[in-house]
Design a protein. Structure first.
Length: 239
């Protein structure tokens, strides 16, 4: 059984994390012959599976793994979220038979790079029984140029806070909304409980001998010398 494998797949890495398509039964599907751009997700997984198997013939890793993933995007400005890129990649690796389940990956390091000429991803897999992982984070000797990001268009359109985060006014509104929702839930729950509770039967209540429900004065008949009480509803059913 192999304790190391490496896979290199050329082409700009893509992610299917935001892709959702369902069939008539409501099941999620990944089309591959629809003739639309949606086919690219399934075709990318197939490409990964083929390349992984060609580069590691006869290798199947069955134990827990350490994975080091390096993604090389073509553009620094336009590319998928690196945090979401792993799903497509590991689904393709699993389909290749190189691993038997993507749950085998218990430790994962992802690094983001840029290569305009040869965009790709490089994945290294290490068997945990043979290798162990260690890492350290250190301060630069000289301050590097920061890579700054802007809020997504989705956050802007929804009026969500940007780089400055929530203001005190935003937090107060959120608290008030949560308070109102909590109170509404309590009122609804209280009404439901009141409706579902059966009427309380007191010691002096008159109980029908047939349906065992409480009945009011003038709404029942006595029999057997007063020992048997039958409400008028049950009496009608007898005849």
């Amino acid at each position: 059984m192999s304790d190391y494998a490496k896979v290199v797949v050329m082409g700009s890495p893509i992610t299917k994390s935001n892709f959702k398509m369902h069939n008539d039964d409501g099941r999620a599907i990944l089309p591959r012959n629809s003739g639309t751009r949606h086919d690219r997700y399934a075709l990318y997984e197939e490409q990964i599976a083929i390349d992984a198997r060609l580069q590691n013939p006869g290798v199947t890793m069955e134990e827990s793994l350490i994975a080091v993933l390096r993604v090389y995007y073509k553009s620094e400005k336009r590319h998928p979220d690196t945090i979401n890129i792993t799903k497509s990649i590991f689904d393709g690796i699993e389909k290749s038979g190189l691993i038997i389940n993507d749950a085998q990956v218990r430790r994962l390091i992802i690094e983001e790079y840029y290569d305009k000429v040869e965009p790709r991803f490089e994945l290294e897999l290490f068997a945990e029984s043979v290798f162990r992982m260690s890492y350290e984070i250190r301060r630069h000797d000289r301050l590097a140029k920061p890579i700054l990001y802007k809020p997504t268009s989705t956050r802007s359109s929804l009026g969500l806070p940007g780089s400055k985060g929530f203001t005190h006014s935003d937090l107060e509104k959120i608290k008030e909304n949560l308070k109102q929702k909590t109170q509404s839930k309590k009122k609804l729950s209280s009404k439901t409980e009141t409706k579902s509770k059966p009427p309380q039967i007191t010691k002096d209540a008159i109980i029908c001998s047939i349906c065992k429900k409480a009945t009011s004065k003038g709404n029942y008949m006595k029999g057997d010398g007063g020992k048997t009480i039958i409400c008028k509803q049950c009496f009608k059913k007898l005849y």
